[in-house]
Design a protein around this ligand. Structure first.
Ligand SMILES: Nc1ncnc2c1ncn2[C@@H]1O[C@H](COP(=O)(O)OP(=O)(O)OP(=O)(O)O)[C@@H](O)[C@H]1O
Ligand SMILES: [Mg+2]
Length: 410
């Protein structure tokens, strides 16, 4: 297959690194041809704490996707969760250069560059500029000015900046995994394009991604991202509570949580029929779903409380007209929608529907969202750091096994 014919997305999450390989279809959808997954050992609460382990996770996930697709990849788009991100509204203005006064792509590029001029502290760098609307000779609300006539082109843009250290650690890990970075994409932007309807984004909606180590709250209104916040709390805290409450190890707590856990104690059965083995004892004990859930429900409540506090900070003490859409691993938990509806006292809460883009396993929902976003918008790279691989990736697993066998035979 020609190398031009595919898109690669990488989502470095707290729980897992996922890689998606897609082939753009002419109808605007993406044919998924490779998926890869690896436990994310070097990430805590959305922050890379161990570069080597993260590089190894990225390489493992890429190799899995490559094996599925049947070819090697050398570049990718990387998703960013809104941790340490800041959004600034800025306006850029330029004069239209063509003699016939027709606005060309060059003018749009220049006006976006003009919008990029913002005073940033030394420890921040621009990762993206999202146009909200263009203004041609004072006429507002224009989505695509190319081809229009005018003398003055303005853009109202959202400038996204990130703390340099956390961003560069991520870039470095991807580069050290042998991958050139084509562009950085805010996961909230990608997910909103794929999992929210244009009407929802117009009316006003919160997209809440409850992951393993972080919860991201993004507000969309008038068709655009308006505000974003990330709290360092997620499903891993629920697992830790369960492990401490039942005195079981973290691995077993994670398994039990996914299989029997519920966000609502009122839905849980009280018959003790789940076998657990407590730490330091060889005896098995039976617990009920109700007992299990008694350690889960309070933490879910706390997460929802934090979501509400962030909403209030954004000026929304109640939900906007299109309500709230849940995304991320914890949205797979039994009873989470019911618990959230109860908490926010409204029915305007739903789950993101991954099946619409052919996602069977929700863990890949963000990475598939990235592929769709790239197919639609072909985002550019803003970060100044050279995004070239710092070393070549070694041979794939099969090659390594072959080399090893050859060594033995020799
Ligand atoms: N069926 C389920 N019930 C309960 N929790 C679940 C279920 N499936 C996944 N989770 C939880 O979701 C979390 C993983 O979510 P996700 O994959 O979105 O995180 P991540 O993207 O790796 O992390 P982050 O976005 O915070 O960096 C884990 O805590 C996991 O236990
Ligand atoms: Mg995530």
């Amino acid at each position: 297959m020609s190398k031009k014919n595919y898109i690669v997305g990488i989502d470095v999450g707290t729980a897992e690194v996922r890689v998606g390989l897609g082939e753009p279809r002419p109808d605007g959808t993406v044919n998924i041809i490779g998926l890869g997954l690896s436990p994310s050992d070097g990430v805590r609460k959305g922050v890379i704490v161990d570069l080597d382990k993260t590089v190894a996770s990225i390489v493992a996930a890429i190799e899995e996707a490559e094996r599925m697709a049947g070819f090697k990849v050398d570049s990718a788009y990387v998703g960013l969760k809104g941790l340490n991100m800041e959004l600034i509204n800025n306006r850029g203005v330029v004069a239209v250069t063509a003699e016939d006064r027709e606005i060309r792509i060059d003018d749009v590029e220049r006006v976006m560059q003009a919008a990029k001029v913002v005073a940033l502290p030394m420890d921040r760098e621009i990762v993206d500029i999202i146009p909200r609307e263009y203004i041609v000779d004072g006429f507002e609300g224009i989505r695509d000015p190319v081809g229009m006539l005018g003398v003055r082109l303005e853009v109202d843009a959202l400038v996204v900046s990130s703390l340099i250290t956390s961003l560069h650690n991520l870039l470095r890990c991807v580069n050290r995994a042998g991958i050139t970075i084509n562009g950085l994409i805010l996961q909230a932007m990608a997910n909103s394009e794929v999992y929210l309807s244009p009407d929802e984004r117009d009316l006003g909606v919160f997209l809440v991604d409850i992951g393993s180590g972080t919860t991201e709250i993004a507000l969309f209104q008038h068709g655009k991202l308006q505000k974003m916040a990330v709290a360092p709390i997620g499903g891993d805290h629920i697992t830790t509570d369960l492990a401490a409450g039942l005195r079981i190890n973290h691995f077993n707590a994670e398994e039990l949580k996914k299989e029997y856990g519920s966000a609502l104690i009122s839905n849980a059965e009280s018959e003790p029929k789940i076998e657990i083995k407590t730490v330091g004892s060889n005896e098995l004990r039976l617990v009920s779903e109700r007992e299990l859930t008694s350690f889960i429900e309070p933490r879910v409540h706390e997460i929802l409380q934090i979501v509400r506090e962030e909403m209030i900070k954004m000026g929304w003490p109640y939900l906007p007209p299109a309500g709230l859409v849940l995304h991320g691993g914890v949205s797979s938990m039994n009873g989470i929608v019911e618990a959230s509806r109860h908490f926010f006292e409204t029915d305007q809460i739903r789950l993101a529907e991954f099946e619409t883009v052919g996602v069977q396993n929700p863990t890949y929902s963000t990475v598939v969202g990235l592929l769709y976003y790239v197919q639609r918008y072909q985002p550019r790279m803003f970060v100044s750091e050279v995004s070239k691989p710092t070393k070549k990736r070694g041979p794939g697993l099969w090659q390594r096994i072959k080399d090893w066998l050859t060594d033995i035979v020799d």
